[in-house]
Design a protein around this ligand. Sequence first.
Ligand SMILES: [Zn+2]
Length: 399
Amino acid sequence: MVSEPSGQAVTGAGAVLAILRDGRARTRAELAQLTGLARSTVSHRLDALMSQRWVVPTEDAISSGGRPAVAFAFNENVRVVLAADLGATHARLAVLDLGLDVLAERAVELPIDAGPEATLGWLVGAFEEMLAETGRDLGQVCGVGVGLPGPVEHSSGRPVNPPIMPGWDAFPVPEWLGERIGAPVLADNDVNIMALGEHWTAGPAVDHLIFIKIGTGIGCGIIAGGKLHRGAQGAAGDVGHIQVPSASDTVCRCGNVGCLEAVASGASMAAALRAQGVEARGSRDVVALLRAGDSRAAQLIRQAGREVGRVMASIVNFFNPSTIVLGGDIAEAGEHLLAGVRETIYSRSLPLATQHLTIRASTLGDRAGVIGAAVMVVEHVLAPDSIDQAVTVDPAAVG
Ligand SMILES: [Zn+2]
């Protein structure tokens, strides 16, 4: 018997696969050394993984002086992931392999207020077409990740009183989609999945990351200790309704006065521009005006950056992240927004907390949501426990 008390987690087939997920092929001897398992046990684990093609022997044998040894690699193509990032009015869909390479992608106008059955029904048809484009079918789908523009109870994947999604409250998104696609479905709010996407891109060295989305509203996703922090009820990160002094006489859409969102969101900036006689419907128009050289839009964005920075400065002191990523439509304003955010964070946070702090714009842009939805699925499907169950290692071979 292997001595580790948590036997399966350390020594199962899933743990072997977890090592190979970095993309480097390894020999039996290397895997035995890395896991502390006997080489015969490693062979059993590899056989189990190869029986379902999670792992394949590579063409190039690795020579270590004597007889060349066969190396084994994670098979990123064995299954595909479906990802959907649904916004208020538009959606982005992707088919990805297990290495998170995008195989097919679509961005469409899709109003979420059409209701869950119309929206998700369309989604199933679109996914089938995209699978066909890539020469795949539903049988190869290992999971579906969905981001929704409202609060979601993560354990059930059901929206909870979503303000801009009529008809979606408590709708069983995972069950409804799962029945039609035949694979597990995970749902979360859009900001959380974007945070997962940005964290995956930043790499495992970044353990504490805050992703802040500034679009029509303002929200943030929190990566703590390498994991998404959802809070007790899944409501963590709702920074848009934190009180700021400059908004003390402004009414927010939540009904309160003084919220950050009431002075720094795309919706509030568009409203401020309209009050000055400028035509601006929402966040995209605000950024378009900035790009066209409108100084009023530039000033509003800079000031919004300072307001966001003021709230973030408190969060930096409290949470000590190593990276803050700005995303959402308004982040397209680039330096105009970043300058305001940086200015306030650096002047109001503790020096120790900002010493190695990176504040930057999203690198994934519009793709953060679908990449993050796929990360959520892959981490679930390829978790060592899930793989151990999937390959059901022969008990006689344990140990
Ligand atoms: Zn509010």
